[in-house]
Design a protein around this ligand. Structure first.
Ligand code: NAP
Length: 447
Protein backbone atom coordinates (compact mmCIF):
# COMPACT_ATOMS: atom_id res chain seq x y z
CA UNK A 1 0.00 0.00 0.00
CA UNK A 2 2.79 2.36 0.99
CA UNK A 3 4.55 1.49 -2.25
CA UNK A 4 1.39 2.41 -4.12
CA UNK A 5 1.06 5.75 -2.35
CA UNK A 6 4.73 6.59 -2.95
CA UNK A 7 4.37 5.76 -6.62
CA UNK A 8 1.32 7.96 -6.91
CA UNK A 9 3.06 10.87 -5.18
CA UNK A 10 6.04 10.42 -7.52
CA UNK A 11 3.81 10.66 -10.59
CA UNK A 12 1.91 13.60 -9.13
CA UNK A 13 5.17 15.54 -8.77
CA UNK A 14 5.43 15.79 -12.56
CA UNK A 15 4.44 19.18 -13.97
CA UNK A 16 2.64 17.32 -16.75
CA UNK A 17 0.30 15.70 -14.22
CA UNK A 18 -3.03 17.20 -13.27
CA UNK A 19 -5.19 15.68 -10.53
CA UNK A 20 -8.84 16.69 -10.55
CA UNK A 21 -10.82 15.28 -7.64
CA UNK A 22 -14.38 15.57 -6.39
CA UNK A 23 -15.71 15.44 -9.93
CA UNK A 24 -18.24 12.75 -10.86
CA UNK A 25 -18.02 11.81 -14.51
CA UNK A 26 -21.52 11.52 -15.91
CA UNK A 27 -22.92 13.82 -13.20
CA UNK A 28 -20.69 16.87 -12.78
CA UNK A 29 -18.98 16.51 -16.15
CA UNK A 30 -20.23 14.36 -19.04
CA UNK A 31 -18.00 12.22 -21.21
CA UNK A 32 -19.28 14.23 -24.19
CA UNK A 33 -17.86 17.41 -22.68
CA UNK A 34 -14.52 15.73 -21.90
CA UNK A 35 -14.06 14.46 -25.43
CA UNK A 36 -13.16 17.64 -27.34
CA UNK A 37 -10.49 18.54 -24.77
CA UNK A 38 -8.47 15.31 -24.65
CA UNK A 39 -6.57 13.17 -27.14
CA UNK A 40 -7.18 9.97 -25.20
CA UNK A 41 -9.30 8.73 -22.32
CA UNK A 42 -8.21 5.82 -20.15
CA UNK A 43 -10.99 4.16 -18.15
CA UNK A 44 -9.56 2.87 -14.86
CA UNK A 45 -12.55 3.31 -12.57
CA UNK A 46 -12.59 -0.19 -11.08
CA UNK A 47 -15.59 -2.07 -9.75
CA UNK A 48 -18.13 0.00 -7.85
CA UNK A 49 -20.72 -2.71 -7.07
CA UNK A 50 -20.73 -6.12 -5.47
CA UNK A 51 -22.51 -9.29 -6.53
CA UNK A 52 -25.70 -10.40 -4.79
CA UNK A 53 -26.57 -13.95 -3.78
CA UNK A 54 -30.23 -13.77 -4.86
CA UNK A 55 -31.36 -16.11 -2.07
CA UNK A 56 -34.29 -15.70 0.36
CA UNK A 57 -33.63 -13.56 3.41
CA UNK A 58 -30.84 -11.47 1.86
CA UNK A 59 -32.69 -8.31 2.91
CA UNK A 60 -32.93 -9.29 6.60
CA UNK A 61 -31.24 -7.11 9.24
CA UNK A 62 -27.79 -8.46 9.95
CA UNK A 63 -26.94 -9.35 6.33
CA UNK A 64 -24.34 -6.96 4.95
CA UNK A 65 -22.35 -6.55 1.80
CA UNK A 66 -18.67 -7.19 2.59
CA UNK A 67 -17.81 -4.41 0.18
CA UNK A 68 -19.91 -1.95 2.19
CA UNK A 69 -18.38 -3.21 5.46
CA UNK A 70 -14.84 -2.80 4.10
CA UNK A 71 -15.77 0.70 2.86
CA UNK A 72 -17.24 1.51 6.28
CA UNK A 73 -14.19 0.51 8.32
CA UNK A 74 -11.83 2.11 5.79
CA UNK A 75 -13.67 5.43 6.17
CA UNK A 76 -15.21 5.75 2.71
CA UNK A 77 -17.78 8.56 2.99
CA UNK A 78 -20.19 6.51 0.84
CA UNK A 79 -20.52 3.93 3.64
CA UNK A 80 -20.13 6.21 6.65
CA UNK A 81 -23.68 5.45 7.85
CA UNK A 82 -23.64 1.64 7.51
CA UNK A 83 -23.68 1.02 11.31
CA UNK A 84 -23.35 -2.79 11.24
CA UNK A 85 -24.91 -4.34 14.34
CA UNK A 86 -21.81 -5.88 15.90
CA UNK A 87 -23.58 -6.46 19.20
CA UNK A 88 -26.27 -8.79 17.82
CA UNK A 89 -24.47 -12.00 18.78
CA UNK A 90 -21.23 -13.96 18.90
CA UNK A 91 -21.35 -15.81 15.57
CA UNK A 92 -20.73 -14.30 12.14
CA UNK A 93 -20.51 -15.93 8.73
CA UNK A 94 -18.70 -14.61 5.67
CA UNK A 95 -20.06 -16.09 2.45
CA UNK A 96 -17.36 -16.50 -0.18
CA UNK A 97 -13.72 -17.20 0.45
CA UNK A 98 -11.65 -14.65 -1.43
CA UNK A 99 -9.32 -12.02 0.02
CA UNK A 100 -12.21 -9.70 0.91
CA UNK A 101 -13.72 -12.46 3.05
CA UNK A 102 -10.38 -12.86 4.87
CA UNK A 103 -10.17 -9.10 5.42
CA UNK A 104 -13.66 -9.04 6.96
CA UNK A 105 -12.84 -11.99 9.24
CA UNK A 106 -9.58 -10.34 10.34
CA UNK A 107 -11.29 -7.07 11.27
CA UNK A 108 -14.03 -8.86 13.22
CA UNK A 109 -11.49 -10.92 15.18
CA UNK A 110 -8.64 -8.44 15.74
CA UNK A 111 -8.16 -6.89 19.14
CA UNK A 112 -8.88 -3.21 19.55
CA UNK A 113 -5.20 -2.56 20.35
CA UNK A 114 -4.17 -4.09 17.00
CA UNK A 115 -6.81 -2.13 15.10
CA UNK A 116 -5.75 1.14 16.72
CA UNK A 117 -2.30 0.71 15.12
CA UNK A 118 -3.89 0.83 11.64
CA UNK A 119 -5.59 3.71 9.85
CA UNK A 120 -9.06 2.19 10.37
CA UNK A 121 -11.80 4.83 10.56
CA UNK A 122 -12.52 6.29 13.98
CA UNK A 123 -16.27 5.53 13.85
CA UNK A 124 -15.48 1.86 13.01
CA UNK A 125 -13.03 1.65 15.89
CA UNK A 126 -15.69 2.97 18.23
CA UNK A 127 -18.29 0.46 16.97
CA UNK A 128 -15.77 -2.41 17.08
CA UNK A 129 -15.04 -1.63 20.72
CA UNK A 130 -18.55 -3.04 21.38
CA UNK A 131 -18.12 -5.99 18.99
CA UNK A 132 -19.50 -9.25 20.44
CA UNK A 133 -18.37 -11.53 17.61
CA UNK A 134 -16.30 -14.47 18.87
CA UNK A 135 -16.46 -16.91 15.95
CA UNK A 136 -16.34 -16.24 12.24
CA UNK A 137 -17.07 -18.92 9.64
CA UNK A 138 -15.57 -18.28 6.20
CA UNK A 139 -17.66 -20.28 3.79
CA UNK A 140 -16.58 -21.79 0.46
CA UNK A 141 -18.90 -23.58 -1.92
CA UNK A 142 -15.84 -25.44 -3.25
CA UNK A 143 -12.73 -26.51 -1.33
CA UNK A 144 -9.44 -24.92 -0.18
CA UNK A 145 -7.51 -26.07 -3.28
CA UNK A 146 -9.86 -24.02 -5.43
CA UNK A 147 -9.10 -20.82 -3.52
CA UNK A 148 -5.47 -21.22 -2.52
CA UNK A 149 -3.94 -19.86 -5.66
CA UNK A 150 -0.41 -18.67 -6.21
CA UNK A 151 -0.01 -15.47 -8.14
CA UNK A 152 1.86 -14.99 -11.34
CA UNK A 153 2.40 -11.37 -12.26
CA UNK A 154 1.49 -10.60 -15.84
CA UNK A 155 4.67 -10.27 -17.83
CA UNK A 156 2.75 -9.66 -21.03
CA UNK A 157 -0.95 -9.05 -21.57
CA UNK A 158 -1.47 -12.50 -22.97
CA UNK A 159 0.69 -14.37 -20.48
CA UNK A 160 -0.86 -17.35 -18.81
CA UNK A 161 -2.09 -15.97 -15.54
CA UNK A 162 -3.33 -17.64 -12.44
CA UNK A 163 -5.56 -15.45 -10.38
CA UNK A 164 -5.53 -15.18 -6.65
CA UNK A 165 -8.46 -15.78 -4.36
CA UNK A 166 -6.60 -16.32 -1.09
CA UNK A 167 -3.13 -14.87 -1.07
CA UNK A 168 -0.36 -15.82 1.31
CA UNK A 169 -0.18 -12.48 3.11
CA UNK A 170 -3.88 -12.46 3.95
CA UNK A 171 -3.84 -16.04 5.24
CA UNK A 172 -0.71 -15.45 7.33
CA UNK A 173 -2.25 -12.35 8.90
CA UNK A 174 -5.37 -14.22 9.89
CA UNK A 175 -3.51 -17.27 11.19
CA UNK A 176 -1.17 -15.19 13.29
CA UNK A 177 -3.81 -13.20 15.14
CA UNK A 178 -3.02 -13.69 18.81
CA UNK A 179 -5.70 -15.49 20.78
CA UNK A 180 -7.68 -16.49 17.71
CA UNK A 181 -7.88 -20.25 17.13
CA UNK A 182 -8.39 -21.76 13.71
CA UNK A 183 -10.72 -24.60 12.91
CA UNK A 184 -10.18 -26.24 9.54
CA UNK A 185 -13.33 -28.23 8.80
CA UNK A 186 -11.99 -30.31 5.90
CA UNK A 187 -8.20 -30.83 6.19
CA UNK A 188 -8.53 -33.90 3.96
CA UNK A 189 -9.17 -31.56 1.03
CA UNK A 190 -5.45 -30.68 1.00
CA UNK A 191 -3.00 -33.27 -0.37
CA UNK A 192 0.15 -34.56 1.33
CA UNK A 193 3.80 -33.77 0.55
CA UNK A 194 4.29 -36.74 -1.82
CA UNK A 195 1.61 -35.41 -4.11
CA UNK A 196 2.99 -31.86 -3.97
CA UNK A 197 6.62 -32.80 -4.77
CA UNK A 198 5.58 -34.18 -8.18
CA UNK A 199 3.91 -30.92 -9.26
CA UNK A 200 5.35 -28.17 -11.52
CA UNK A 201 6.92 -25.22 -9.61
CA UNK A 202 4.04 -22.76 -9.97
CA UNK A 203 1.57 -25.33 -8.74
CA UNK A 204 3.82 -26.14 -5.76
CA UNK A 205 3.50 -22.57 -4.54
CA UNK A 206 -0.26 -22.89 -4.60
CA UNK A 207 -0.09 -26.03 -2.50
CA UNK A 208 2.34 -24.51 0.01
CA UNK A 209 -0.19 -21.80 0.56
CA UNK A 210 -2.75 -24.47 1.34
CA UNK A 211 -0.33 -26.18 3.69
CA UNK A 212 -0.24 -23.00 5.74
CA UNK A 213 -3.89 -23.66 6.47
CA UNK A 214 -3.07 -27.21 7.47
CA UNK A 215 -0.43 -25.98 9.92
CA UNK A 216 -3.11 -23.79 11.46
CA UNK A 217 -2.81 -20.91 13.86
CA UNK A 218 -0.35 -20.46 16.68
CA UNK A 219 -3.16 -19.70 19.13
CA UNK A 220 -4.34 -22.37 21.52
CA UNK A 221 -7.51 -24.29 20.68
CA UNK A 222 -9.04 -22.92 23.84
CA UNK A 223 -8.62 -19.30 22.71
CA UNK A 224 -11.62 -17.10 23.33
CA UNK A 225 -12.07 -16.26 19.64
CA UNK A 226 -11.84 -18.49 16.57
CA UNK A 227 -12.41 -18.68 12.85
CA UNK A 228 -13.54 -21.65 10.85
CA UNK A 229 -12.86 -22.39 7.21
CA UNK A 230 -15.87 -24.34 5.98
CA UNK A 231 -15.85 -25.89 2.52
CA UNK A 232 -18.31 -27.61 0.20
CA UNK A 233 -21.32 -25.64 1.39
CA UNK A 234 -23.40 -23.25 -0.64
CA UNK A 235 -25.74 -20.65 0.91
CA UNK A 236 -29.42 -21.56 0.41
CA UNK A 237 -31.38 -19.11 2.55
CA UNK A 238 -31.04 -16.81 5.54
CA UNK A 239 -33.42 -17.67 8.35
CA UNK A 240 -35.36 -15.10 10.36
CA UNK A 241 -35.26 -14.90 14.12
CA UNK A 242 -38.60 -15.51 15.89
CA UNK A 243 -37.54 -13.46 18.92
CA UNK A 244 -36.31 -10.61 16.79
CA UNK A 245 -38.47 -10.44 13.63
CA UNK A 246 -36.75 -8.86 10.66
CA UNK A 247 -33.29 -10.02 11.81
CA UNK A 248 -31.35 -13.13 10.81
CA UNK A 249 -30.60 -15.94 13.20
CA UNK A 250 -28.92 -18.31 10.79
CA UNK A 251 -28.00 -19.48 7.34
CA UNK A 252 -29.23 -22.67 5.74
CA UNK A 253 -26.52 -24.34 3.68
CA UNK A 254 -26.78 -26.80 0.82
CA UNK A 255 -23.95 -29.33 1.05
CA UNK A 256 -21.93 -29.83 -2.13
CA UNK A 257 -19.49 -32.46 -3.36
CA UNK A 258 -17.05 -32.63 -6.27
CA UNK A 259 -18.64 -33.73 -9.51
CA UNK A 260 -15.53 -35.87 -9.99
CA UNK A 261 -13.75 -36.60 -6.72
CA UNK A 262 -10.41 -37.18 -8.45
CA UNK A 263 -10.33 -33.43 -9.34
CA UNK A 264 -10.58 -32.24 -5.71
CA UNK A 265 -7.06 -30.73 -5.75
CA UNK A 266 -7.48 -29.05 -9.13
CA UNK A 267 -8.00 -25.33 -9.43
CA UNK A 268 -11.05 -25.53 -11.68
CA UNK A 269 -12.77 -28.47 -9.97
CA UNK A 270 -16.53 -28.03 -9.96
CA UNK A 271 -19.07 -29.09 -7.39
CA UNK A 272 -22.76 -29.97 -7.26
CA UNK A 273 -25.37 -30.19 -4.53
CA UNK A 274 -25.65 -33.43 -2.57
CA UNK A 275 -29.29 -32.66 -1.81
CA UNK A 276 -28.52 -32.37 1.93
CA UNK A 277 -28.81 -29.20 3.95
CA UNK A 278 -27.48 -28.01 7.30
CA UNK A 279 -28.08 -24.97 9.46
CA UNK A 280 -25.45 -22.53 10.60
CA UNK A 281 -26.61 -20.27 13.45
CA UNK A 282 -25.34 -16.69 13.12
CA UNK A 283 -26.45 -13.18 13.91
CA UNK A 284 -24.28 -11.44 11.33
CA UNK A 285 -23.63 -12.41 7.72
CA UNK A 286 -21.43 -10.82 5.11
CA UNK A 287 -21.92 -11.42 1.41
CA UNK A 288 -18.42 -11.55 -0.08
CA UNK A 289 -18.76 -13.21 -3.47
CA UNK A 290 -16.95 -10.72 -5.68
CA UNK A 291 -17.25 -7.26 -7.14
CA UNK A 292 -18.54 -6.01 -10.46
CA UNK A 293 -17.95 -2.96 -12.61
CA UNK A 294 -20.76 -0.94 -14.14
CA UNK A 295 -21.00 1.27 -17.22
CA UNK A 296 -20.23 4.97 -16.69
CA UNK A 297 -23.16 7.19 -17.71
CA UNK A 298 -22.70 8.23 -21.33
CA UNK A 299 -20.17 5.54 -22.20
CA UNK A 300 -22.10 4.42 -25.28
CA UNK A 301 -24.16 7.52 -26.02
CA UNK A 302 -21.28 10.01 -25.72
CA UNK A 303 -18.30 7.99 -26.92
CA UNK A 304 -19.71 4.86 -28.57
CA UNK A 305 -17.89 2.73 -25.97
CA UNK A 306 -19.77 -0.53 -25.23
CA UNK A 307 -19.99 -2.27 -21.88
CA UNK A 308 -20.11 -6.05 -21.51
CA UNK A 309 -22.73 -6.46 -18.75
CA UNK A 310 -22.19 -10.20 -18.43
CA UNK A 311 -18.42 -10.03 -17.92
CA UNK A 312 -18.65 -6.62 -16.20
CA UNK A 313 -15.87 -5.11 -18.32
CA UNK A 314 -15.28 -2.65 -21.13
CA UNK A 315 -14.56 -4.87 -24.16
CA UNK A 316 -10.86 -4.61 -24.97
CA UNK A 317 -8.05 -6.36 -26.81
CA UNK A 318 -6.32 -7.39 -23.51
CA UNK A 319 -3.62 -4.79 -24.22
CA UNK A 320 -6.05 -2.12 -23.07
CA UNK A 321 -7.45 -0.77 -26.36
CA UNK A 322 -11.23 -0.41 -26.13
CA UNK A 323 -13.04 -2.41 -28.80
CA UNK A 324 -16.32 -1.64 -30.52
CA UNK A 325 -17.93 -4.94 -29.60
CA UNK A 326 -19.97 -6.37 -26.77
CA UNK A 327 -18.58 -9.86 -27.28
CA UNK A 328 -15.85 -9.68 -24.61
CA UNK A 329 -12.08 -9.33 -24.79
CA UNK A 330 -10.10 -10.39 -27.79
CA UNK A 331 -12.99 -10.87 -30.20
CA UNK A 332 -11.61 -11.21 -33.71
CA UNK A 333 -12.29 -8.41 -36.12
CA UNK A 334 -13.38 -5.96 -33.41
CA UNK A 335 -12.37 -2.35 -34.05
CA UNK A 336 -10.37 -0.19 -31.67
CA UNK A 337 -12.30 2.94 -30.71
CA UNK A 338 -9.78 5.72 -31.36
CA UNK A 339 -8.32 7.24 -28.23
CA UNK A 340 -10.18 4.97 -25.78
CA UNK A 341 -8.25 2.68 -23.42
CA UNK A 342 -8.94 0.81 -20.19
CA UNK A 343 -6.94 -0.68 -17.32
CA UNK A 344 -7.49 -2.55 -14.06
CA UNK A 345 -10.73 -4.19 -12.97
CA UNK A 346 -12.87 -2.51 -15.61
CA UNK A 347 -10.54 -4.09 -18.19
CA UNK A 348 -9.95 -7.56 -16.74
CA UNK A 349 -12.69 -8.05 -14.18
CA UNK A 350 -12.31 -7.80 -10.39
CA UNK A 351 -9.42 -10.21 -9.95
CA UNK A 352 -5.85 -10.04 -8.73
CA UNK A 353 -3.97 -8.09 -6.11
CA UNK A 354 -2.47 -4.59 -6.15
CA UNK A 355 0.75 -5.73 -7.84
CA UNK A 356 -1.07 -7.39 -10.72
CA UNK A 357 -3.36 -4.39 -11.17
CA UNK A 358 -0.31 -2.10 -11.31
CA UNK A 359 1.33 -4.36 -13.86
CA UNK A 360 -1.82 -4.32 -15.93
CA UNK A 361 -1.86 -0.50 -15.81
CA UNK A 362 1.76 -0.37 -17.02
CA UNK A 363 0.78 -2.60 -19.97
CA UNK A 364 -2.02 -0.24 -20.99
CA UNK A 365 0.25 2.81 -20.56
CA UNK A 366 2.84 1.17 -22.82
CA UNK A 367 0.23 0.57 -25.48
CA UNK A 368 -0.94 4.19 -25.39
CA UNK A 369 2.65 5.34 -25.91
CA UNK A 370 3.12 2.80 -28.70
CA UNK A 371 -0.05 3.93 -30.49
CA UNK A 372 1.07 7.56 -30.19
CA UNK A 373 4.49 6.71 -31.60
CA UNK A 374 2.87 4.68 -34.40
CA UNK A 375 0.72 7.74 -35.27
CA UNK A 376 -2.47 5.82 -34.64
CA UNK A 377 -5.52 8.10 -34.61
CA UNK A 378 -6.66 9.30 -31.17
CA UNK A 379 -9.91 10.97 -30.03
CA UNK A 380 -11.20 13.75 -32.31
CA UNK A 381 -8.97 12.50 -35.12
CA UNK A 382 -5.75 13.73 -33.46
CA UNK A 383 -2.48 11.88 -33.93
CA UNK A 384 1.15 12.60 -33.10
CA UNK A 385 1.65 13.26 -36.83
CA UNK A 386 -1.04 15.96 -37.01
CA UNK A 387 0.85 18.32 -34.71
CA UNK A 388 -2.27 19.69 -32.95
CA UNK A 389 -3.18 18.22 -29.58
CA UNK A 390 -6.11 18.89 -27.26
CA UNK A 391 -5.71 21.39 -24.40
CA UNK A 392 -7.01 19.24 -21.55
CA UNK A 393 -8.34 20.59 -18.27
CA UNK A 394 -7.38 24.22 -18.94
CA UNK A 395 -9.85 24.57 -21.78
CA UNK A 396 -12.42 22.17 -20.30
CA UNK A 397 -12.55 23.97 -16.94
CA UNK A 398 -13.16 27.35 -18.57
CA UNK A 399 -16.15 25.85 -20.36
CA UNK A 400 -17.41 24.02 -17.26
CA UNK A 401 -17.05 26.94 -14.88
CA UNK A 402 -19.28 29.07 -17.04
CA UNK A 403 -21.85 26.27 -17.15
CA UNK A 404 -21.79 24.98 -13.62
CA UNK A 405 -21.22 27.17 -10.62
CA UNK A 406 -20.41 25.24 -7.45
CA UNK A 407 -18.22 22.59 -9.08
CA UNK A 408 -15.43 22.36 -6.49
CA UNK A 409 -12.50 20.59 -7.99
CA UNK A 410 -9.90 19.21 -5.61
CA UNK A 411 -6.36 19.71 -6.87
CA UNK A 412 -3.32 17.64 -5.98
CA UNK A 413 -2.26 20.34 -3.53
CA UNK A 414 -5.73 20.17 -1.92
CA UNK A 415 -5.40 16.38 -1.71
CA UNK A 416 -2.03 16.73 0.01
CA UNK A 417 -3.54 19.21 2.46
CA UNK A 418 -6.38 16.83 3.40
CA UNK A 419 -3.85 14.00 3.70
CA UNK A 420 -1.60 16.15 5.91
CA UNK A 421 -4.47 17.17 8.23
CA UNK A 422 -5.61 13.55 8.61
CA UNK A 423 -2.06 12.55 9.56
CA UNK A 424 -1.77 15.49 11.98
CA UNK A 425 -5.05 14.49 13.65
CA UNK A 426 -3.62 10.98 13.86
CA UNK A 427 -0.43 12.18 15.60
CA UNK A 428 -2.55 13.98 18.18
CA UNK A 429 -4.38 10.72 18.93
CA UNK A 430 -1.30 8.48 18.71
CA UNK A 431 -2.60 6.91 15.49
CA UNK A 432 -1.37 6.68 11.90
CA UNK A 433 -4.14 9.00 10.74
CA UNK A 434 -7.65 10.01 11.70
CA UNK A 435 -9.77 10.13 8.59
CA UNK A 436 -12.47 12.59 7.69
CA UNK A 437 -15.85 10.91 7.68
CA UNK A 438 -17.63 13.09 5.11
CA UNK A 439 -16.58 14.73 1.86
CA UNK A 440 -17.96 18.05 3.12
CA UNK A 441 -15.63 17.88 6.16
CA UNK A 442 -12.69 17.48 3.76
CA UNK A 443 -13.84 20.41 1.64
CA UNK A 444 -14.35 22.58 4.73
CA UNK A 445 -10.63 22.45 5.60
CA UNK A 446 -9.75 23.67 2.11
CA UNK A 447 -11.68 26.93 2.25
P1 NAP B 1 -13.06 -13.21 -5.32
O1 NAP B 1 -11.61 -13.34 -5.14
O2 NAP B 1 -13.62 -13.26 -6.70
O3 NAP B 1 -13.74 -14.36 -4.43
C1 NAP B 1 -15.12 -14.53 -4.47
C2 NAP B 1 -15.45 -15.82 -3.72
O4 NAP B 1 -16.86 -15.92 -3.67
C3 NAP B 1 -14.93 -17.07 -4.40
O5 NAP B 1 -14.41 -17.90 -3.43
C4 NAP B 1 -16.19 -17.67 -5.04
O6 NAP B 1 -16.18 -19.08 -5.05
C5 NAP B 1 -17.25 -17.22 -4.07
N1 NAP B 1 -18.57 -17.16 -4.70
C6 NAP B 1 -18.91 -16.53 -5.86
N2 NAP B 1 -20.22 -16.65 -6.08
C7 NAP B 1 -20.73 -17.39 -5.05
C8 NAP B 1 -22.01 -17.85 -4.70
N3 NAP B 1 -23.09 -17.59 -5.46
N4 NAP B 1 -22.16 -18.59 -3.57
C9 NAP B 1 -21.10 -18.86 -2.79
N5 NAP B 1 -19.85 -18.44 -3.05
C10 NAP B 1 -19.67 -17.71 -4.17
O7 NAP B 1 -13.66 -11.85 -4.74
P2 NAP B 1 -13.27 -10.93 -3.51
O8 NAP B 1 -12.82 -11.67 -2.32
O9 NAP B 1 -14.46 -10.01 -3.39
O10 NAP B 1 -12.04 -10.08 -4.03
C11 NAP B 1 -12.16 -9.21 -5.16
C12 NAP B 1 -10.76 -8.87 -5.62
O11 NAP B 1 -10.11 -7.99 -4.69
C13 NAP B 1 -9.86 -10.08 -5.76
O12 NAP B 1 -9.08 -9.92 -6.89
C14 NAP B 1 -9.00 -10.00 -4.52
O13 NAP B 1 -7.76 -10.66 -4.63
C15 NAP B 1 -8.83 -8.52 -4.39
N6 NAP B 1 -8.44 -8.16 -3.02
C16 NAP B 1 -7.14 -8.16 -2.73
C17 NAP B 1 -6.75 -7.86 -1.46
C18 NAP B 1 -5.30 -7.80 -1.14
O14 NAP B 1 -4.50 -7.86 -2.06
N7 NAP B 1 -4.99 -7.68 0.12
C19 NAP B 1 -7.67 -7.60 -0.45
C20 NAP B 1 -9.01 -7.64 -0.78
C21 NAP B 1 -9.38 -7.94 -2.08
P3 NAP B 1 -15.85 -19.92 -6.37
O15 NAP B 1 -14.36 -19.95 -6.43
O16 NAP B 1 -16.47 -21.21 -6.14
O17 NAP B 1 -16.46 -19.16 -7.52
Amino acid sequence: MQNCQDRFAEVAASDRFNFIGNVKIGKDISLASLKPHYDAILFAYGASKDKSLHIPGEDLRGVYSARAFVGWYNGLPEYADLSPDLEAGSRAVVIGNGNVALDVARILLSSLEELRKTDIAEHALEALSRNKVKNVTVLGRRGPMQVCVSYQILSSPRANTIEAAFTIKEIRELLSLPDVAFDFENPDLIPGNDYIRKLPKLEQRRFRLAQLLQKGSTASNTAEKSWTLASLASPKQFTESRDNPGSINGLQLASTHYKDDSTRFELSASVESTGETRDLPCSLAFRSIGYKSTALPGLMSDLGVPFDERAGIIPNDLYGRVLATTGGPGELGAMHINGCYCAGWVKRGPTGVIASTMDDAFNTADIIVKDWQDKVLFLNGTSSGAGKTAQGWDSLSKEQETKKAGLRRVSWEDWCRIDGIEKQRGREEGRERVKFRRVQDMLNVLT
